[in-house]
Ligand binder design. Structure first.
Ligand code: PLP
Length: 411
């Protein structure tokens, strides 16, 4: 089997720019360089038209209107703007926000800052599949709750939250609903009206677009959502986010949305098949492997696995030619196990043995087969030198011998 290495299988961290996206962007660097806010000449109009096309390309597939799209530098900024912007705008109404323990740091850290400013935050737990409980969410709501922020799909374990049910509940209670859809956008169907979404974060670089460009959907009617800007300046983006627009990036984001929309069904089917192949290939050859996240309600390209008795970091080192990541996040100086895995109840020791495979548009079956072979080989090798694994095997063997009848043992 011939595959080109290194193999990129970390598509939750970022994705390569699709050549079709790059092609769309190129004219907007040097040729069509106008400032989209220049109202007095053709250069400005040309850029403005390109930006408006992207607003349509983002809005239409999710049932939004183009004017509800606010461009940002990425999902981190979108999350900040949604959460802090709503908190500030609605502080007269209440000071309570509900989110979830497995959210991205952009959401959690925004909430932390608000906590220091006197806001009350409820961090909902998740079950062993990574799902929140709707009843628990309902129980957490008070007459001071102004916002529910729950992600559409998790970036580590791929679990897809019951967005529609959350939105329905939020609408019933008259509470705003923000969803960080960074991993879900363009991968699974989303509709802001059907799902009761008031604010939605997305970024280009997780869907084969460029880095440093994203957007926030902000509902403009029923209800008209108000967010206090974090960046003040020329009043761009209906006053919600000032600053000269990154036109080439925006054009790339638009083309990426368009491609994702056109190819979503076929791509999801293809990636699900590759993911299942990876899963079966590994599970059929290795014991003591555990899958993290929901078996079915998960992103097509996500597979997160714990390999008991193997340090995730050692496995990563051994698999140098395959770009995957551990479930662990390296927080400042200390190497802590992933808070997402801990939240779904994975023991600390097992959490340290986890690997996230992020399959994407450009992965092939040959790459998956190569990866299966290498993972099986290296896990086997690392377990072979693990005293813990040997001790466990011995114990099992002894137990089997005790369980066997004496005459069997003799033969
Ligand atoms: C990547 C990611 C972000 C951050 O997006 P940036 O555009 O890199 O700032 C936020 N939330 C989730 C779920 C992500 O996966």
């Amino acid at each position: 089997m011939k595959v080109k290495t290194p193999i990129y299988m970390d598509n939750h961290a970022t994705t390569p720019v699709d050549p079709r996206v790059l092609e769309a962007m190129i004219p907007y660097f040097a040729d069509k360089f106008g400032n989209a806010a220049s109202r007095s000449h053709a250069y400005g109009w040309e850029s403005e038209a390109a930006v408006d096309t992207t607003r349509e390309q983002i809005a239409r597939p999710i049932g939004a209107s183009p004017r509800e799209i606010v461009f940002t530098s990425g999902a981190t900024e979108s999350d900040n703007l949604a959460i802090k912007g709503v908190a500030d705008s609605y502080s007269q109404k209440g000071n309570h926000i509900v989110t979830c323990v497995t959210e991205h740091k952009a959401v959690l850290d925004s909430c932390k800052v608000l906590e220091r400013r006197g806001y009350q935050i409820t961090y909902l737990p998740v079950n062993s599949d990574g799902l929140i409980d709707i009843q628990r969410l309902e129980d957490a709501l008070t007459d001071k709750t102004i916002l529910i922020s729950i992600m559409a799909a998790n970036n580590e374990i791929g679990t897809i939250q019951p967005v529609k049910e959350i939105g329905r509940l939020a609408k019933e209670k008259g509470i705003l609903f923000h969803t960080d859809a960074t991993q879900a956008f363009g991968k699974i169907p989303l509709n802001v009206d059907e799902m009761g979404i008031d604010l939605l974060s997305l970024t280009a670089h997780k869907m084969y677009g460029p880095k440093g460009i994203g957007a926030l959907y902000v509902r403009s009617a029923k209800p008209r959502v108000k967010v206090t800007p974090m960046i003040d300046g020329g009043g761009h983006e209906r006053g919600m986010r000032s600053g000269t627009l990154n036109v080439p990036g925006i054009v790339g984001l638009g083309r990426a949305c368009e491609i994702a929309q056109q190819e979503m069904v076929a791509e999801a089917n293809g990636l699900t098949a590759l993911r299942e192949r990876l899963k079966e290939g590994i599970l059929s050859q290795l014991d003591d492997v555990y899958i993290n996240g929901h078996p079915a309600k998960r992103l097509p390209g996500n597979m997160n696995m714990s390999f008991a008795y193997v340090e995730g970091e050692s496995l990563l080192m051994a698999l140098k030619e395959i770009a995957v990541s551990t479930g662990s996040a390296c927080t400042s100086a200390s190497l802590e196990p992933s808070y997402v895995l801990r939240a779904i109840g994975v023991e600390e020791e097992l959490a340290h043995t986890s690997i996230r495979f992020g399959l994407g548009r450009f992965n092939t079956q040959d790459e998956v087969d190569y990866t299966i072979g290498r993972v099986v080989e290296e896990v086997g090798r690392l377990r072979g030198i693990s005293p813990l694994y040997k001790a466990k095997k011995m114990k099992l063997q002894n137990r089997r011998q005790v369980e066997m009848k004496p005459q069997e043992r003799a033969s």
